[in-house]
Design a protein. Structure first.
Length: 349
């Protein structure tokens, strides 16, 4: 590549300047930036190097006006937990490879904010949406659905591509792990009652107990909302039972962290006095105290596959109706066989 002048590096270059510098066509430069899969890796690398050296910045607005597309997809999440941020990372990776950007919409489970997010497609700010929830006005058909792919949760009343994990089988495996260690009083802290994934995890827990000849006692099942605080609150109540559980399966890692913290405050040890298992396998799960046994949810793959399906949909290609990703149990140090000798239940502080 020819030496680039100081002026060229410090001023804003055009796509024509990049093409002239490399001795290639303008269309080749455009493909390298928007459809890189059509070029050889070495060609794209040369173009990107020239783009950086010449300080070329594509006019995204002009490109969008010409194509009728925003070149962006919107990921709508109910909260900014590590779980959804990892899904965002997977979606952004796939979108970047296809020449799309990813916008993040935080709905905070507020219906008005959900509607505002979905309206971004109608206003031309995004081409399609990846979401775990659909506003009722869209789900009911009162407004036409934008190009949409659901992640984790099915769209009620509408047929929409869905990317989810095998929650019920995974929860069943986690509960079977606790049964295999010798536990017979196994409690479950549920997730958000509005989430289909929470119901599937509860079903897996129940099925494992049924197949082992153990009946899930109503007092063993405690509501939660996926937050650390709800895990703490649930443990405080569970430990007040006449026969408290010897193990708890939590519907996500954050509630498991809360459960462990509450047990420590009660003077109980994990796993010597009570075993705790989670669900998600967040990055911090391996570094909690003790390291958490948990069900691995492929969050990055969820986001990546959802983005690929949406991009295929936007480009007129066939998409899958439903994609089911597997889970796997990661056994660490928060689960063990129940204590051999019974002991008095401590009074809560």
């Amino acid at each position: 590549m020819a030496k680039i002048s100081v002026k060229a590096r410090t001023s804003s270059a055009t796509i024509t300047d990049v093409a002239r510098e490399l001795g290639v066509s303008i269309s080749t430069v455009s493909r390298a930036l928007t459809r890189p899969q059509l070029l050889r890796p070495e060609t794209r690398a040369r173009v990107l190097a020239a783009v950086e050296q010449l300080n070329y910045r594509p006019n995204l607005l002009a490109r969008g006006l010409k194509s009728g597309r925003a070149g962006a997809i919107l990921l709508v999440v109910p909260n900014l937990s590590p779980f959804f941020m990892e899904i965002f990372a997977g979606a952004e990776e796939a979108a970047h490879e296809a020449g799309f950007s990813v916008l993040l919409g935080h709905s905070a489970e507020d219906p008005a904010r959900e509607i505002a997010c979905f309206d971004q497609v109608a206003s031309g700010r995004a081409d399609g949406i990846i979401s775990a929830a659909v506003p009722s006005i869209y789900a009911s058909g009162k407004r036409p659905l934008p190009p949409l792919v659901m992640v984790m949760e099915r769209c009620p009343e509408r047929t929409v591509p869905l990317i989810r994990v095998d929650d019920d089988t995974g929860a069943m495996r986690a509960t079977e792990h606790l049964i295999g260690l010798g536990h017979r009083r196994i409690a479950h802290i549920c997730g958000n009652k509005k989430a289909q994934s929470s119901a599937r995890r509860l079903e897996g827990y129940r099925r494992a107990l049924d197949q082992a000849g153990l009946r899930a006692q109503p007092e063993w099942i405690h509501p939660g909302d996926y937050s650390v605080q709800s895990g703490m609150d649930a443990v405080r109540r569970l430990m007040l039972l006449k026969h408290p559980p010897t193990a708890i399966f939590c519907a996500n890692d954050e509630m498991a962290y809360g459960a462990i913290h509450a047990l420590h405050l009660l003077g109980l040890r994990v796993p010597q006095d009570i075993s705790i298992a989670g669900c998600d396998d967040q990055n911090m799960a391996a570094y909690s105290s003790p390291p958490l046994t948990t069900l691995h949810i492929p969050r990055h793959d969820l986001g990546r596959r959802a983005a690929l399906e949406l991009i295929d949909k936007l480009q007129g290609r066939d998409v899958a109706h439903e994609v089911l990703l597997p889970t796997r149990l990661v056994v660490r140090e928060s689960t063990a066989a129940p204590a051999a000798a019974s002991r008095a239940r401590p009074a809560p502080r």
